[in-house]
Ligand binder design. Structure first.
Ligand SMILES: [Ca+2]
Ligand SMILES: [Ca+2]
Ligand SMILES: [Ca+2]
Length: 237
């Protein structure tokens, strides 16, 4: 029981990140292009690559062709009520642009997230445009092989017309972790928000987390025992 509690508390201290794209100000009904290293402080590089993976399955490999060094961020609230999960912004691939009526017109590029250190699990949510036709979107965990080559480790599929949790969330996890994450659109452009990820902990991080959690647990046990003893003494005197 004690070990289970310590492990639970330790897991809560493992390194993780959340990117909600809301630090970018100004863009309304268009997207502001961000460089791929915009979130490098959080350990993530975000690039737009040419469509390469529709139809590929777990175990397949592919070569990513960078389309642009970056991605788009914006608030598109008046386009089919395409609101962000966290207000005001969500992210799109670099070439999702506004035509004269300000609708997203470029559909086939993908967003590639490259992590500084391996990630055990990651999730994101799709935009809440409504009404919207159902198009397949996929979240794909990748192993970086070098030379822009990647192997597919795991795939989670969904439909982009979902507007509420949990249907609008895609989540993928891999034992041992993955280095890169691909958000794949197949037939229509789609915005994403709230990229959430948990890094694979270094052995030293696990030890420190468990040590800290167990120290907190032990202090609470000692404090609780001391209070209990004091109450017992009070009742006896
Ligand atoms: Ca947001
Ligand atoms: Ca959507
Ligand atoms: Ca759609």
């Amino acid at each position: 029981m004690k070990l289970a509690l310590c492990a639970l508390l330790g897991a809560a201290l493992l390194p993780a990140g959340l990117i909600n794209f809301d630090d970018v100000s100004g863009p309304v009904n268009t997207r502001a292009v961000q460089q791929s290293n915009h979130y490098s402080a959080q350990g993530v590089l975000i690039q737009t690559i040419l469509n390469a993976t529709d139809g590929l399955q777990v175990g397949d490999t592919f070569t990513a062709t960078p389309r642009d060094d970056g991605f788009g961020v914006g608030a598109f609230a008046t386009i089919n009520a395409a609101t962000a999960t966290s207000s005001p912004n969500f992210a799109v691939s670099h070439h999702v642009v506004c035509d004269p009526t300000c609708h997203a017109v470029f559909a086939s590029d993908e967003l590639l997230f490259s992590f500084d250190t391996p990630v055990a699990s990651a999730s994101l949510v799709t935009d809440t445009a409504n009404p919207e036709a159902a198009d397949v979107v996929r979240l794909i965990a990748l192993k970086r092989l070098g030379g822009n080559q990647y192997q597919i480790l795991a795939i989670t599929s969904g439909l982009d017309n979902a507007t509420s949790f949990p249907a609008n969330q895609l989540q993928v996890a891999v034992d041992g972790g993955f280095t890169d994450l691909l958000f794949e659109t197949t037939t229509e452009a789609e915005g994403i928000d709230n990229l959430d990820f948990t890094n694979v902990p270094e052995p030293s991080t696990i030890s420190l987390a468990l040590l800290g959690a167990c120290a907190i647990y032990s202090v609470r046990r000692i404090t609780s025992a001391a209070i209990s003893n004091e109450r017992s003494r009070s009742r006896c005197s």
